[in-house]
Ligand binder design. Structure first.
Ligand code: DGL
Length: 279
């Protein structure tokens, strides 16, 4: 174990651009902290990859963020949270060179929050094929709210629509409407839908347009930010290790120029990214 606990920024990891929707909320809720964002754009999407590959890639990313001094890493990616978080927390972190570092995901806070929102306990989840196949939302929500009915629906085309800049185009209307109809056919009583993929908030306007008005649509950014604020209140030993100069640094495994240009549109802010090589 290291003699001095590392101090540094909060690491935020996503397979690509989607986690920027989480970072944005983190910076709004906890603006004083430093953040180091890593997007594995060169290997995205993760949503259709196998359990082992997502776990391997995510472990490499967490290792990289640790090596850059982050004492705490948020997996701001549902697919990575669904497939890799448990293995990282239970098998890898305890035998790493500093087991006091922490890795947190986005599914548990969302499952906790849903109990305060759904009125009739009928919940829908839109997510990648990997997250839906993992049944992570069904399991986490069942632990906390056993009476709830959770219906998942995979939307394999939503991430490519966002990544290709088509979120506001007519193709997005077609697929969003089709997927909403399929979800509501499976459970017409759904009153709350979780956007269980960090890319989906970028399709929010289309989703709202085609979703019946009585259905609440949950975006995860604020939920994750509130949950982190609560975690830091309960864990002052971790809070003390986080530096506070209100900075954000961006890393990508793809071309930094391309990342900077697209990230700026996601964040409404200038972004200068640099390249990270994971192994
Ligand atoms: N950002 C990922 C998630 O939240 C989806 C993108 C991907 O498939 O890589 O699930």
């Amino acid at each position: 174990m290291s003699e001095q606990p590392t101090t540094g920024p909060i690491g935020v990891f996503d397979s690509g651009y989607g986690g920027l929707t989480i970072l944005r909320s983190l910076r709004e809720t906890l603006p004083e902290y430093d953040y180091l964002y890593l997007g594995d754009n060169a290997r995205a999407p993760y949503g259709t990859r196998s359990f082992d590959i997502v776990t391997d890639f995510t472990r490499q990313a967490v290792d990289y963020l640790f090596s850059r001094g982050c004492p705490l890493v948020i997996l701001a990616c549902n697919t990575a949270s669904a497939k890799a978080l448990r293995t990282i927390q239970q098998r890898w972190l305890p035998v790493s060179d500093d087991p006091s570092r922490r890795v947190l995901g986005v599914i548990r806070p969302t499952a906790e929050h849903i109990g305060r929102v759904s009125r009739n306990g009928h919940v829908g989840v839109f997510a990648t094929p990997g997250t839906i196949a993992s049944q992570s939302y069904n399991m986490e929500i069942a632990k906390l709210h056993p009476a709830f009915t959770v219906t998942g629906h995979a939307c394999p085309l939503w991430v490519p629509l966002v990544e290709n800049g088509e979120a506001d185009g007519p193709g997005a209307d077609y697929f969003v409407k089709k997927d909403i109809e399929a979800l509501l056919r499976a459970d017409p009583d759904i009153d709350t839908v979780i956007l269980g993929c960090t890319h989906y908030p970028l399709l929010y306007n289309k989703i709202r347009k085609h979703m019946p008005q009585h259905v609440t649509i949950l975006r995860q950014g604020e939920i994750v930010a509130e949950s982190l604020a609560d975690y830091l209140r309960r864990h002052p030993e971790m809070d003390r290790r986080l530096t506070r100069n209100a900075t954000a640094e961006f890393l990508t495994t793809e071309c930094p120029d391309r990342f900077s240009a697209l990230a700026a549109t996601f964040l409404d802010d200038d972004v200068e990214a640099s390249r990270a090589i994971l192994s």
